[in-house]
Design a protein around this ligand. Structure first.
Ligand SMILES: *Cc1c(COP(=O)(O)O)cnc(C)c1O
Length: 366
């Protein structure tokens, strides 16, 4: 609701299994909240979303990669990102095949292939550039069965308050590209911003916006001077694991592989059923924290494949079988995705994608 109040025409990004939250449940929840168009990554993800089922528009951010992808785009009515001349050539072929089919002769314009043209305005990853505009206008002019529904680009630094100039430069380039295409006779929606762009650059909202990480409740500005811009966001994912056993660790004893932790005093230690095989990264060794009965307990020693040790000396009520929060928590104290990401040495996107691969239980939130 918070996001909807800021982004007038959101296209929720639910790629990578909705950032590890689950494609089907997330798309259903967002569709109930009014979403009529989604962006996923691969064409196969788009097909999976169609089969949820979802009847609205589906954008594939990676666009067609294989020959099969072009068939699926037509068969399932998917709108792919198009960003190379090779893709344009394959599209032309696919469009000709469609032209040969009876329904096109009958002038059924629903059979047009919709595409989103992707431009590089500073990310230098995928995309046509402003130099390609004249040829694009020319080529697309001879492809009546391909319809450019959307023109897109992606911001590289929207989450960094110190990189405002670069964002605005990308915005100007994008605007100029869209103007040239419109002068060339095209009509389409302009879509530039991601979550951070939505929150910090209302002047770049154009006709549609692509929120991703903010949908899942992570603040792209956490820890920066713009933190307040994302303060209404609540993380959707919580991760729990049970305590398997509790034992003493005497002063001077070491714990876990490699003896990387030596007890500075007599301690109570809990062994938690969670490790790097559950995507709780080994880089959290001696760095991470978990939440036990509302209190923080530090990871001690190396994270193992399916086990991690934590210091619970200050939490005497802990018992084997108790659930420990790896992410989230009850009441006031909680492990934020941003904190977990910092201990981990990564970003919340990766935390969600990886931890989300574990068994999931869905709760209806109010
Ligand atoms: C993932 C992605 C987004 C969403 O970005 P967030 O930072 O998660 O909001 C938007 N656009 C494209 C092209 C993406 O790949």
């Amino acid at each position: 609701m918070f996001l909807k109040s800021i982004a007038p025409n959101p296209i929720p990004v639910i790629k990578a299994d909705a950032y590890g939250h689950g494609l089907a449940p997330v798309s259903r929840t967002l569709a109930r909240a009014g979403a009529s168009c989604f962006a996923v990554g691969t064409v196969d993800e788009a097909v999976a979303l169609r089969q949820v089922p979802f009847g609205g528009e589906i954008i594939s951010l990676l666009g067609p990669v294989t020959k099969e992808d072009y068939k699926k785009i037509k068969a399932y009515g998917i709108t792919p990102f198009i960003y190379t001349w090779e893709q344009m050539a394959c599209l032309a072929k696919a469009a000709k095949a469609a032209e040969a089919a009876e329904y096109i002769k009958n002038n059924n314009s629903n059979r047009q292939i919709s595409i989103a043209l992707k431009f590089d305005t500073g990310m230098a990853r995928l995309g046509f550039t402003e130099n390609d505009v004249p040829e694009l206008i020319h080529k697309l002019g001879s492809m009546p069965h391909v319809r450019v529904k959307m023109v897109c680009s992606h911001l590289a630094t929207a989450d960094d308050p110190e990189a405002r100039e670069f964002v605005l430069t990308q915005g100007k380039k994008f605007d100029a590209i869209c103007l040239s295409l419109r002068k060339g006779g095209m009509t389409f929606a302009r879509v530039l911003v991601n979550s951070a762009g939505i929150l910090a650059y209302p002047e770049l909202h154009f006709d549609g916006q692509r929120p991703g990480i903010s949908l899942y409740g992570s603040n792209p500005f956490w820890g920066t001077r713009w933190e307040a811009k994302g303060q209404g966001l609540l993380p959707a994912m919580e991760v729990m694991a049970p305590i398997l056993s509790i034992h003493e660790l005497a002063r001077g004893q070491t714990i876990s592989y490699g003896q990387t932790f030596t007890a500075p005093r007599d301690m109570q230690v809990a062994i938690v059923a969670c490790g790097y095989a559950d995507n709780y990264s080994r880089s959290l060794s001696n760095k991470g924290w978990m939440l036990v009965h509302g209190k923080r307990a530090p990871v001690i020693g190396r994270v193992c494949m399916q086990l991690t040790a934590i210091d619970i000396t200050h939490i005497p009520q802990a018992r084997p079988g108790d659930q420990v929060y790896v992410l989230g928590g009850q009441g006031k104290e909680r492990i934020l995705p941003e904190e977990l990401a910092r201990w981990w040495g990564t970003i919340t996107y990766e935390v969600f994608c990886l931890l989300g691969q574990n068994n999931r239980v869905y709760e209806n939130s109010s």
